[in-house]
Design a protein around this ligand. Structure first.
Ligand code: HEC
Length: 699
């Protein structure tokens, strides 16, 4: 009797210990500090994956939205985020809620995960809501009052600019290294915008420990790649997709996005270091070790959109620790982790100069010689849609009016230029996975074209609601309010449904892909809201002090125009989205397949078109790549990681626009995906349901 009892207790505590072991848990965004989205679990494998069933679901019932969340799982608890940015701890085996944290701050949009830190029996969750990082007790969800100001820090602080006027939203979690939480954030795409400084805070106290200026101050490396005062007025060059840490070497890898304003850079002439750069910083101090800038003086919004992936590859019989960085452009960059030496040579090629007054493009941009890009690079007349003869005919006519010259062709005034792959990649925030067993690297990509151009801006001094709208809102919602659904909603539908106050709140707080506009005065926000809701074009009595005179907005972006045919399908030939497996030892493709379908086209026989997809893959020792991501078919799929053969698929309640996780609790392996429908549009619903799959329980 006694012996059985001891055995039972031993087994239970072993099972508990096992679930906290890193190889059984999913302890951080990306699976761990290396961000390689790999799990050593193999209970679910190529032979039995076909038997997967829903083990539990957890419906957050907290509104709709594009949360893009990949939860973490440690110690038997899964920590997730609802569409309204409440933090939930869920029993990872049963799906029952343990606790919920509500900050009281109104929020929505991307919130890709939380961070976890534990020491000496204390465990904390770092949760992000807008510009705030909260420290929570991992067991209870209570705020740790001793952290920062009564439990939270505000990333609008410490930027050397007036905090209340800064727009900063943390969309990807900070990364924990020793007792530091290293964080970035999302900044506006147009000036005014804060500098995207990378900061490290003490996990216990919330005190700022180091800060790296992504727009260098006088005397700092790279300062001369900007106009002399840019560090005071320019902005962005921020890290929004997350980071990776090599804990042994003490190096944090930080990919950054473009500088603001995205598409016209007359006030930031120069290469603009450290925008569009992969930075390797000393994790203890924030000192730069090496860097690689993928796009000099970016004019195409070519942010590095994915977290880096730490990998180990074979080169000339030797093992090399490397870092892989995916891009929107479709190129994969691979560097020696220690010194930044490229593992495949980077060639600098010449690109055309801009014809827009005031603009000066970089003469060259560097591209790796290998691997080949995972998305098409130049749209030609032979690559137009063949979905129907009518759609093809339309595309041929329209294409003749566009400028299409491949990568790094500057936008012009008066003619739309093709951006291919589009503004949303190529790769995106879902990230990529790396399998240490095979050396294969998995990246999913969009493969559709977008277009845009520049227009002269109205004189900055005069201010009517219409001009404010044209300056701040039209790039996404279009001058006619029609937007570009599903990415950018039409504002026409708001009339009669939203109050002025609700629109003002949206302008003040932002949400989804929309940044907040703290620089607009109360009168301006209210005039804008009235203009949106009624079309009433108010003149604002006094313009007040215009934005910083050093900011040059002489030309404005005409908007993010996804190039769709009259029926709403991509106007380029298929595939419209792909999943790629690249052997990093050789730089060759192991396999490449279309990813996703449009159900209504598939029903008519047009299958395997691929579709736009947001959310990334994971790879397991069980021989599987799991990925959802596809916008329209709502599928969650498992592929054979070696061959790309589809082994299992299931329909989710909403599109799984997120990256899954896998873990083991109580001897059972689970795979969990957040179904949100965040990118579906086209009448699809959106919300937030965690769906857990496992093999049938042994009775
Ligand atoms: C960078 C692109 C972008 C810009 C610039 C932008 N928006 Fe938005 N806007 C969006 C997106 C994306 C959403 C959907 C947000 C979500 O996911 O919740 C949105 C949502 C909204 C909504 C809410 C719609 C609803 O259904 O409730 C309003 C109102 C709005 N925007 C007004 C504005 C105004 C006014 C401006 C200018 C001051 C502006 N937007 C600038 C992208 C943008």
């Amino acid at each position: 009797m006694k012996v059985w009892f001891v055995v039972l207790i031993a087994a239970l505590s072993l099972a508990y210990a096992a679930s906290t072991r890193p190889e059984r848990a999913w302890p951080a965004y990306g699976g761990g500090a290396a961000d390689n989205r790999y799990s050593a679990l193999k209970q679910i494998n190529t032979r039995n994956v076909g038997k997967l069933q829903v083990a539990w679901t957890y419906d957050t019932q907290d509104g709709s939205g594009d949360t893009q969340n990949q939860p973490i799982m440690i110690g038997g608890a899964l920590f997730g985020v609802t569409p309204a940015h409440r933090i939930v701890a869920i029993d990872a085996a049963t799906g029952k809620r343990k606790w919920q944290f509500d900050s009281g701050v109104k929020s929505s949009g991307p919130n890709r995960s939380v961070a976890y830190w534990a020491e000496d029996g204390e465990a904390r969750i770092f949760a992000d809501v807008q510009s705030f990082v909260y420290a929570l007790n991992a067991k209870t969800g209570e705020v740790v009052k001793s952290f920062g100001h009564a439990g939270r820090i505000d990333l609008r602080d410490d930027l050397g600019r007036e905090a209340a006027k800064q727009s900063w939203v943390i969309t990807s979690p900070g990364i924990v290294y020793k007792d530091l939480l290293i964080v970035g954030g999302r900044n506006p795409e147009a000036l005014p915008a804060p500098p995207g400084d990378i900061r490290a805070y003490d996990v216990r106290t919330g005190k700022l420990r180091w800060q790296f200026h992504t727009i260098p101050h006088p005397g700092e490396f790279g300062y001369e790649t900007w106009p002399k005062d840019a560090w005071e007025y320019s902005g962005a060059a921020n890290n929004w997709p997350g980071m990776a840490v090599d804990a042994q070497r003490g190096i944090v890898y930080v990919p950054t996005g473009s500088a603001a304003t995205d598409f016209y850079g007359a006030d930031r002439i120069g290469d603009d270091l450290f925008a569009n750069t992969l930075l390797a910083l000393k994790a203890d101090t924030g000192e730069r070790i090496w860097h690689f800038q993928a796009v000099k003086h970016d004019l195409w919004d070519r942010d590095f959109p994915s977290p880096p992936t730490l990998v180990t590859v074979k080169r000339n019989g030797k093992t090399v620790d490397a870092v892989a960085q995916a891009s929107k452009q479709g190129w994969l960059y691979l560097f020696d982790r220690a010194n930044g030496a490229p593992l495949f040579p980077i060639e600098y090629r010449k690109y055309p100069a801009s014809t827009v007054p005031g603009e000066v493009t970089a003469e060259t941009q560097g591209l790796p010689t290998k691997p080949a890009p995972y998305a098409r690079q130049m749209l030609t007349a032979e690559m137009l849609t063949n979905r129907t003869p009518e759609a093809h005919h339309w595309a041929v006519e329209q294409f003749a009016k566009l400028q299409s010259g491949g990568q790094f062709v500057p936008l012009t005034v008066g003619q739309e230029t093709v951006v291919f792959p589009g503004f949303d990649g190529g790769a995106e925030w879902g990230g990529s996975a790396f399998d240490p067993e095979t050396g294969l690297y998995y990246v999913n990509a969009n493969d559709v074209a977008w277009t845009s151009s520049l227009n002269p801006a109205p004189p900055a001094r005069s201010r009517s609601a219409e001009q404010l709208y044209s300056a701040n809102c039209a790039s996404c919602h279009r001058a006619d309010f029609a937007g570009q659904p599903p990415q950018f909603p039409s504002l026409l539908e708001l009339r009669g449904k939203r109050t002025e106050q609700q629109v003002v709140t949206m302008i003040r707080q932002g949400g989804g892909r929309m940044a907040s506009f703290p620089g607009l005065s109360a009168a301006e926000a209210s005039a804008l809201a009235q203009y949106v809701l009624t079309g009433d074009n108010k003149e604002l009595a006094s313009a007040g002090p215009a934005t910083d005179a050093r900011i040059n907005q002489a030309y404005r972006f005409s908007g993010y125009h996804k190039w769709l045919d009259p029926d709403g399908y991509p106007a380029v030939a298929t595939p419209w989205g792909t999943l790629n497996a690249i052997n990093l030892n050789t730089g060759e493709y192991a396999w490449k397949i279309p990813l996703g379908e449009y159900p209504e086209l598939a029903a008519k026989g047009l299958k395997d078109t691929g579709s736009e997809n947001y959310g990334g893959p994971i790879v397991t020792a069980g021989g599987l790549v799991f990925i959802a991501a596809t916008n329209f078919d709502k599928m969650f799929r498992a592929f054979d990681k070696r061959t790309g053969k589809l082994l299992w698929e299931t329909t989710l309640p909403m599109a799984g626009n997120a990256t899954p996780i896998t873990y083991e609790v109580g001897g059972r392996q689970f795979v969990v995906i957040y179904a949100t429908g965040g990118k579906s549009g086209r009448g699809g619903t959106s919300g937030g349901v965690y769906v857990a799959f496992a093999l049938p329980a042994v009775k």
